[in-house]
Design a protein around this ligand. Sequence first.
Ligand code: URA
Length: 249
Amino acid sequence: MSGKAKVPSVRLDRLLANLGYGSRREIQMLARAGTIVLDGATLLDADRRIALDPDLPARLTVQTRPLDPLPGVALMLHKPLGVTCSHKEAGPLVYGLLPPRWRRREPPLSTVGRLDKETSGLLLLTDDGALLHRIISPKASVSKRYQVTLDRPLRGDEGAIFSSGTLMLEGEEKPLLPVDLEVHGPTSAAVTLTEGRYHQVRRMFAAVGNHVTALHRDRVGALDLPADLEPGQYRVMGEEDVARVFGQG
Ligand code: URA
């Protein structure tokens, strides 16, 4: 016994079809044309099974390009202003920032929660439903930090109100869990919260007579938006990045 965990295997045509490379018939044609290469050897038969080793994308090329990330991927995206976290709304969508083929992936990529169209910053996406639920589950209490710019100067009592655990948003029946406020200037602050209610930050400041003019998320759990990730860019998350999401923010 080698003691190694058995790696699942999958038919090559199914794997590539699920990654959006085309129909299984189209994948067969790609294979017959000699465009799929594993460890330097051309795979002419797409019926064969291949082991889903985590390093497969580095070893398998399709039309000379490395294979897309395997199912079970998580991404961090620097969401720019003006794009919507939706699969089907009109106008530019966050999914349009990813390679077009990725929109045909099965299981599909989904955003982990949402940011408003006019909010920028760190947005996570994954095709791993269990991971998504683990991150958004209230039990996990994953914190989110937002940098806020305000229309009017802070009054001074906002920190106490937000941290009280009694602030009730308009139209809701349950008070907000405590939110931490860090004041940076008369009209700028950071808030750290663990819930994710609809337009939460904007509505919190509306509740204290202010108005948010700019909102940017720069941290989820203990994962910071990387300084070199420009608006519109994304990066595949490694295990350490995922662990950071569940770390202390
Ligand atoms: N709170 C908001 O109001 N908007 C966001 O996008 C995120 C948190």
